[in-house]
Design a protein around this ligand. Sequence first.
Ligand SMILES: NC(=O)c1ccc[n+]([C@@H]2O[C@H](COP(=O)([O-])OP(=O)(O)OC[C@H]3O[C@@H](n4cnc5c(N)ncnc54)[C@H](O)[C@@H]3O)[C@@H](O)[C@H]2O)c1
Length: 243
Amino acid sequence: MYIVTGCAGFIGSHVARRLLDSGEQVLGIDDLDNSSDPRLKRWRLEPLLRNAQFKMFNGDITNISTIHAISKRLTESGVHPDAVLNMAGQSGLRAANGDPHLSVNVNITGTLNMMELCRQHRIKKFVSASSSNVYGNSSIGPADEASPTDEPLSPFAASHKSAELLGHSYHNMHGLDVSMLRFFTVYGPTGRPDMSVLRFARWIANDEPVIVYGDGSQERDFIYVMVRNLIRSNISPFKPMRF
Ligand SMILES: NC(=O)c1ccc[n+]([C@@H]2O[C@H](COP(=O)([O-])OP(=O)(O)OC[C@H]3O[C@@H](n4cnc5c(N)ncnc54)[C@H](O)[C@@H]3O)[C@@H](O)[C@H]2O)c1
């Protein structure tokens, strides 16, 4: 069994579905807050909830009572999770516009709480979403994991970097096997409408000017979310939605 936080989010919902497609059980956690379009979250959750192997816990991972409730549930069920995949994060407009509390709460306190859950229940593996933002201006590209990450350029980047450091300390003190994934821009089905790929697509579809930052010469790698088992998972292909 796997615990996936942010299971109604773009990346978390894909992670949960891939695990279910592999025959695994998933306990998904999401607070379904309204920082981004709740209809999109419900749409992502719909196919997961149809799968009997998927259980959903509606809760905020920054709130210790959520961790206590999950902990109690694990103890009572006798189920021992193989790993925690921490994909919860703040991506709404307020976070993007620089409200530091949002990203600090979920990326630092939330990540800490989920690692504590691992420690308390002897869960050996912890995978958490970090961000390519941790590189700041240090990496000219192609990005290298060894590039310096000690000059984050925003509270959002600093919070992801802080979570990485907490991960290092939990590995050191408790032997937790930690992987922090420094995602570059992720795109694919059910992707986030606030991100460049869908914004460009929407502008083009609406015959509106495409806003490109910089002088247009910059290059960037994107990460595609694979949907190999689309048919088997019985997810409906993209339904047109208005945002
Ligand atoms: N999508 C990308 O291109 C990208 C790039 C770099 C880093 N990341 C990081 O990956 C993570 C996931 O990104 P995403 O694109 O899937 O975002 P998303 O907004 O689509 O999903 C995040 C999910 O987390 C949930 N959530 C937020 N705060 C929570 C809390 N306190 N408790 C429980 N659930 C909570 C939200 O309700 C949402 O469903 C984030 O940490 C983000 O910073 C994403």
